[in-house]
Design a protein around this ligand. Structure first.
Ligand SMILES: Nc1ncnc2c1ncn2[C@@H]1O[C@H](COP(=O)(O)OP(=O)(O)OP(=O)(O)O)[C@@H](O)[C@H]1O
Length: 372
C-alpha cells in the first residue's frame, strides 16, 4: 500500500498543506525544526490514531487553533481508501471511506505503517513500558480483536485497582466484588498474553534471518516474552487461567495492602538475546541498534505476511545514525517494494541508488515543496 495524497490542516506547524507522494522512496529534506518529523508523525497518526512521540493529543493541534485535521488517500491492492482524522478538545473523530467510525479500534489497521525513529533505540534499552507499548501498537495494527481486548483489559484493571484501593483504605470490607473482578481480569489477561506469545514468535521468525544478514552472519537474535506470572507458551488457556488463579489467591493480602494489581500483562516485558546474551544488559550500542533495526524490518515482513500488502515505512532521522553497511542493508531491503519516507537534513554522504532515484521534498517553516 502507499499514501498518494496527504492534507494537513492546523497540524503542528502546518497551517494548510497538500502534497502528493510517490510509490517509492520520498526524501524529506530540511533544516532543523522546520517540520520534517511533523509530516512523518502526521502519517503515523493517520494510521494509528496516536502519535509515536506524545501521548497528549492536544500537542498535535497547531497552537491557538481549535482542531487539527489529517486527510490521506491510501492506495491499496483493492483500490483507493480515503482516511480522515480530526483531533480536538472533544477527542478524535475518524472517517474511513467518508464514513465515521464509531470506534478507533475499527479504524486502526486500514493503513499500516512501520516507523523507525531515534526513540526506537529505546525499544531495547528503555523501560518495559516502551516494549509493552511497542507490542500493543504492532499487534493492534493487524488485529482489531486485540485492540478491543486491550481496551477491555484496561477498564477491568482500573476497576480492580479502584476496588483494591477501597479495601486497602477499609472503605469497603466485602471482598466478593474483588473475586468477580479478578475472574474477569484473568480471562482477559490470558487472551492478551497468548496473543503476545503468538505475535513475538512470528516476529522472531522474521527478525532472525534479518539480524543475521545485518550482522554478517555473526549474530543470532532471539526474542522472548517475559510474563510477570509464571505462564508459558505451551500451556493452553485453561492451564494459564489456573496458574493465574493460584497466583492471585496467594497474593491477595499483598495486593490489598498495596491497593494495586501487582501482576498481569500490564507488568510483563520482552527480552532480546544476541548469541544467548540479553542485549539490554550486555549488548553494545551497535548491537542494540542492529536489534532495533532488525525488529523494525521484521515488522514490515510480518505485516506483509498477515495482510498481504507491505506497510508504509517511515524512517525519521535514522539513516544518518546507521553506518554505511546497515544503511545499504536497509535500503536494499526496501528497494522497489515498500513506500518509504526518509527525513534528513542532507543527503550528502548517503550514496545509494535508491536515494538517487527518490522523489525529494524541501521543508521550510511549515511548508513543503517537491524538488525532484
Ligand atoms: N502544536 C504546534 N503548533 C505549532 N508549531 C509546533 C507545534 N508543535 C511543534 N511545533 C513546531 O514544529 C517545529 C518542529 O518541527 P519538527 O519536529 O518536524 O522538526 P524537524 O524538521 O524534524 O527538525 P529536526 O531536524 O531538528 O528533527 C518547531 O519549530 C516547533 O516549534
Amino acid at each position: 500500500m502507499y499514501i498518494e495524497r496527504l492534507l494537513l490542516k492546523n497540524y503542528r506547524n502546518y497551517d494548510d498543506l497538500e502534497v502528493q507522494f510517490e510509490n517509492k522512496v520520498n526524501v524529506i529534506l530540511g533544516e532543523n525544526a522546520q517540520g520534517k518529523t511533523n509530516v512523518m508523525e502526521s502519517i503515523y497518526v493517520l494510521a494509528m490514531a496516536k502519535s509515536h512521540r506524545t501521548s497528549n493529543d492536544k500537542d498535535l493541534v497547531r497552537w491557538d487553533e481549535e482542531y487539527a485535521k489529517i486527510e490521506g488517500r491510501v492506495k491499496k491492492i483493492h483500490g483507493s481508501l480515503p482516511l480522515q482524522l480530526v483531533i480536538s478538545k472533544k477527542g478524535k473523530k475518524a472517517k474511513c471511506n467518508h464514513i465515521e467510525q464509531q470506534k478507533l479500534s475499527q479504524y486502526i489497521g486500514n493503513m499500516n505503517v512501520v516507523m523507525f525513529a531515534p526513540e526506537d533505540l529505546h525499544l531495547v534499552k528503555g523501560s518495559p513500558q516502551v516494549r509493552r507499548r511497542f507490542i500493543d501498537m504492532e499487534i493492534g495494527q493487524v488485529s482489531a480483536i486485540y485492540l478491543h481486548d486491550m481496551s477491555q483489559y484496561q477498564k477491568i484493571l482500573q476497576q480492580r485497582n479502584h476496588y483494591l484501593k477501597l479495601l486497602q483504605t477499609k472503605k469497603q470490607k466485602d471482598e466478593t466484588m474483588l473475586e468477580i473482578l479478578t475472574e474477569q481480569f484473568i480471562q482477559m489477561a490470558v487472551k492478551i498474553i497468548s496473543k503476545r506469545f503468538e505475535f513475538l514468535h512470528l516476529l522472531e521468525k522474521w527478525a532472525m534471518p534479518i539480524h543475521q544478514g545485518i550482522s554478517r552472519g555473526l549474530e543470532t537474535l532471539k526474542i522472548e516474552y517475559k510474563p510477570s506470572v509464571d505462564v508459558s507458551e505451551d500451556q493452553d488457556l485453561s492451564k494459564m487461567i489456573e496458574v493465574f488463579q493460584d497466583k492471585f489467591v496467594k497474593i491477595k493480602n499483598r495486593e490489598i495492602d498495596r491497593g494495586v494489581t501487582l501482576f498481569g500483562p500490564h507488568r510483563d516485558d520482552l527480552l532480546f538475546f544476541v548469541n544467548g546474551r540479553d542485549v539490554q544488559t550486555f549488548g553494545s550500542q551497535g548491537q542494540q541498534r542492529t536489534t532495533a533495526l532488525s525488529v523494525k524490518l521484521a515488522e514490515i515482513e510480518l505485516i506483509h505476511s498477515e495482510i498481504g500488502e507491505y506497510p508504509i515505512l517511515l524512517l525519521d532521522d535514522v539513516l544518518s545514525e546507521l553506518d554505511d553497511y546497515r544503511q545499504s542493508h536497509l535500503l536494499n531491503t526496501i528497494q522497489g517494494k515498500v513506500q518509504t519516507f526518509v527525513t534528513t537534513t542532507s543527503v550528502d554522504g548517503i550514496d545509494h541508488q535508491t536515494l538517487k532515484e527518490a522523489a525529494a521534498y524541501q521543508v521550510e517553516a511549515g511548508s513543503m515543496k517537491k524538488i525532484q
